[in-house]
Design a protein around this ligand. Sequence first.
Ligand SMILES: Nc1nc2c(ncn2[C@@H]2O[C@H](COP(=O)(O)OP(=O)(O)OP(=O)(O)O)[C@@H](O)[C@H]2O)c(=O)[nH]1
Ligand SMILES: [Mg+2]
Length: 403
Amino acid sequence: MLIGIVGKPNAGKSTFFAAATLAPAKTAPYPFTTIKPNRGVAYVRIKCVCREFGVIDNPKNSKCIDGIRYVPVELLDVAGLVPGAWQGRGLGNKFLDDLRQADALIHVVDISGSTDFEGKSVEPGSHDPLEDVKFLENEIDMWFSQILKRNWDRIIRTVDVGKSGDIADILTQKFSGLSIERKHIVASMRILELSSKPSSWNEDDILKFASTLRKVSKPIIIAANKMDLPKAENNYNRLIKELKNYIIVPCFSEGELALRRAAEKELIRYLPGESEFEIINDKLLTEKQKAALKFIKEYLNKWGSTGIQETLNRTVFDALKAISVFPVEDPNRLTDHYGRILPDVFLVREGTTTREFAYKIHSELGDTFIHAVDVRTKQKLGEDHILKDRDVVKIIAAKGIKL
Ligand SMILES: Nc1nc2c(ncn2[C@@H]2O[C@H](COP(=O)(O)OP(=O)(O)OP(=O)(O)O)[C@@H](O)[C@H]2O)c(=O)[nH]1
Ligand SMILES: [Mg+2]
């Protein structure tokens, strides 16, 4: 799963990225600090099944701390987006190109309103973050609609000739580089009740289709960042009222980054997503660090967490509707071929079947799939069986494939 971090310059995208991944990323209080995208691994938190089965696990593709599994997802931090990016303004097209493979987008918004559209510092509260939400969506909609408009005459002709499939096939081809599937195209056409003859679509239909396709294929969740600054709370309350159907998470990226770095240096004990931390040794801290930690503690008391972990989890589980599935080779000992207990957990989309899951583990396992076994009930599951969240399964295949 690849999640893109987007937003205007100076909103705190790289700070969010660095806090979530602990990968080095340059951050600075001016626009266009990031030019080349940063790619790194972050983790979503889920309740592991180890306690339920009463085992001590040996995770391979993830981590387990105190019965909580941290499952990897990839993050991509890209350059800031300015109005007109779809026409090439700022670092426009490059930014959009970098996002092609993303499954979902986290929109980092400066909720304190202390940066303008171009990311320049302004009086806190003087810029309206609601405008940022609208402009970002519009940029991506325009980018999608350009892909269509540029090719529209050819799309009409290809559909008329009828050799390359129907309109959904042809549009799927046009968007194939953007991690967009046929089902997204079909769903968008159905929502808008669009005709299967592109010659009858007008300009407005194309725009609406682009916008719906964007919503269906690349869900956006809003990280209301810089919540620690003045004016942020007012703006946040206004946004959740105005944007009722959006997922909006209050975030303090700078605070999370400070906590993660302090935990790495063993100055504090802190697990991402927790509502508290513990100072290991007061004497190792400078006065400045103590003051910063005091400020962060007050923030956590008020907001419950820094919001970074919640943003990641809600992107994966609410926006992308993923579920977690644990494959094992030995259904009694819950081990893989090497005797590791509950080694892996995979994030897959809701609706994934056992055979599709087998393909996700290994293409050969998918090709030679016979059936699966539900480890809890020992029931046999056919290839079309739809998996549930936290399922533990054994895949039986024709050839012995080592998990
Ligand atoms: N007060 C506060 N400042 C923050 C927070 N997150 C980021 N910042 C500051 O905002 C400024 C911009 O942060 P970056 O992470 O470089 O922003 P960006 O969106 O990656 O910017 P570009 O790469 O230029 O597009 C830096 O000075 C950060 O320290 C936050 O949660 N609170
Ligand atoms: Mg940046």
